[in-house]
Write a protein that binds this ligand. Structure first.
Ligand code: SF4
Ligand code: SF4
Length: 255
């Protein structure tokens, strides 16, 4: 049943008062005069089923009244992260850059494996530079191993790189992926990265580096996405095919 009420609730014991939720909500739900402390002033303006501010809260301090979707606040500190990508306890002034890598398969998918490798190379180079500038980089790598996890992350296409919650690609472009088609036994499309007029199955280093630096130092901030989310049919077919191949009866929810 659809909830009749939906609005964010702040856990002030976790909130770091970064002000991101206030700045990024395009619907005036938060009281801007109280910024950076998040105060919900217009709960009725909140968009039903939007997790925009919650997805961007690095402290995982936002939940929603009426939320029956199974969504939980991202717990960024518990996601597996690579040693050396954080500022190792140095005083970073509380400024964080969250880089998320969401993928389908790192065992046999060439573009997931290739993108993973390029992203790690870029982070190895940029992390010390950002640290010098006072930013802590948090790297979270999450396998979209089931349809449930994909929905939780509002996953649109594999692989996905997000910087501070924002996809580095403006839109979804895909072509046929032989590896993921093999995994699922069905035709599956995966992401191609469009950059400077070219299309790449593995993004160039320049594209990732530019996206990270723009997210950190760029002037414009993208608004939180409040669009309704549905698992793309292409991914649904992948999960159904994968679980059918594995002989699992979960219906795509566990594998
Ligand atoms: S984004 Fe999270 S940590 Fe930042 S002000 Fe909002 S609730 Fe607090
Ligand atoms: S970003 Fe979305 S969920 Fe958060 S307060 Fe605004 S409308 Fe509501």
């Amino acid at each position: 049943m659809m909830p009749t009420t939906w609005y964010p609730v702040i856990d002030y014991s976790s909130c770091t008062e970064c002000g991101t939720c206030i700045a990024d909500c395009p619907h005036g739900v938060y009281d801007t005069t109280k910024a950076p402390t998040p105060v919900v002033k217009n709960p009725e303006a909140c968009i039903d089923h939007c997790h925009g501010c919650g997805d961007r809260c690095l402290a995982g301090a936002i939940t929603y009244v009426g939320d029956d979707t199974g969504w939980t606040p991202p717990n960024y500190t518990e996601e597996p992260s690579k040693p050396g990508y954080s500022c190792d306890g140095a005083d970073c002034g509380g400024r964080k850059v969250l880089v998320e890598y969401l993928y389908l398969d790192l065992q046999s998918c060439d573009r997931c494996i290739g993108t993973d490798s390029v992203l790690e190379d870029v982070l190895r180079t940029l992390t010390p530079v950002l640290k010098l500038a006072g930013y802590e980089v948090e790297y979270s790598k999450v396998q979209m191993e089931s349809a449930e996890i994909a929905k939780q992350y509002r996953f649109l296409s594999s692989p996905t790189i997000r910087v501070n919650g924002q996809d580095i690609c403006q839109s979804v472009a895909e072509n046929s992926c032989g590896c993921c088609s093999d995994i699922s036994g069905t035709d599956v499309d995966c992401r191609v990265f469009e950059y400077e007029g070219g299309r790449y199955e593995v993004p160039p280093k320049e594209m990732i580096a530019e996206a990270i630096l723009k997210a950190v130092f760029g002037q414009s901030r993208a608004a939180a996405c409040c669009d309704a989310y549905e698992l793309p049919e292409n991914l649904e077919a992948f999960y159904e095919g994968k679980h059918a191949k594995a002989g699992c009866s979960c219906g795509g929810s566990c594998c």
